[in-house]
Write a protein that binds this ligand. Sequence first.
Ligand code: GLA
Length: 412
Amino acid sequence: MPFPTTLPAPSLGDPVVGRLSEALQGHREAFEQHFGASVGVRTFFSPGRVNLFGGHLDYNGGPVLPTAIDRGTFVAIRAREDGQVRMGSRFAEAQGHFRTSELPVSPRGEWFDYPLGVLLALVRLDDSAPAKIAGGFDVLFGGNLPVGAGLSSSASICVGMTFALDSIFGLELDPVQRVEAALDAERGFVGVKCGIMDPYAVGFARPKHVLWLDCKDETFEHLPMDFERLSIGVADTGIQRLLARGEFNRRVTECAAAFDALRVHAPEARVLRDINRTVLAEHGHELDADLLRRATHVVEEVERTFVAREALLSGDLSTLGRCMSETHASLRDRYDCSCEELDVLVEAATVEGGALGARLTGAGFGGCAVMLIAAGDEQRVSDAVVTAYERRYGRRPPIAFFQGDEGPREVR
Ligand code: GLA
């Protein structure tokens, strides 16, 4: 049975009305309407994220600085006893329907590949999990996070699903296992060559903080961000590039090839992040032109992310903003993952609106730009961005402002 009232996809421009608990109450009612009885239903929220510094560094073993936003995925879930699994979404007609004894082993090309991948990862992770999950469950996804816009809707779903299954079946996963299961779903099952940033950013988020994640050794710490002085703006181009996943995977392969060529000159290096400027200057000519541009982005972006970290800790907002805009220029000119609409947003935000810095976020190729704004300047930046974008493209880009949100949680 398709979901009776399929909703339009969420937009950043949708007003957030009322408290999260009220929105999740509406989601619980939708669950009851769809799946019947309401007893035993539990509701969870899992945020999206923006990446502020460290563009395309995670799969190169570099440091990244993301933060969660208070838009995310709603999960309503209830355990069953008959071995059936039903997965529904407020935004899609297709529904997943499986038996826990015969779970599919390959993706179906549907939205529910993500939660299905999580389920398969959990069953593999722990010997006791299959018995605990054997009775099955009904789950309904919804929320207020734009999909495919660079705000990590897929990690939000996967981490939310892991969290919900862990909670209702008492799997007692540690937080890293939760994140690893989400990652396994995206990489192992759906087949995106993504790095570790997104599920960590979602899974370990803390309010008013950014996550400093070192993707080489997978260690992290929470750094405070001064939201008395700063605001994070996000503007959506509304552009979704169909080729984005293929292009993203190609960047991952290109960086691996660049590393293979350079590592012979740096025997200690384990990942491209370990290649320094000197090695690149002396041996970069051995790479073809595109690989050299990719590697140059990575080497400089690693340095820039350390500079941004220091600027964040010392409260040097102008350096922080400059780093962000330099990241955008490098992603545009060396990594070829921007697009004209993103460049227009970034230019309008910084040059006309006076934002401290701006860049594409997520993989790029469309989706959202993130802007670092001095507190109090939000309206000025927003007006400049909307005016420039509308003048050029005849439509207003949705914009919202964020302050660093917390990770996945049950909402009663
Ligand atoms: C996507 C991927 C992440 C990361 C970013 C680019 O969001 O899922 O792992 O590589 O792109 O920084």
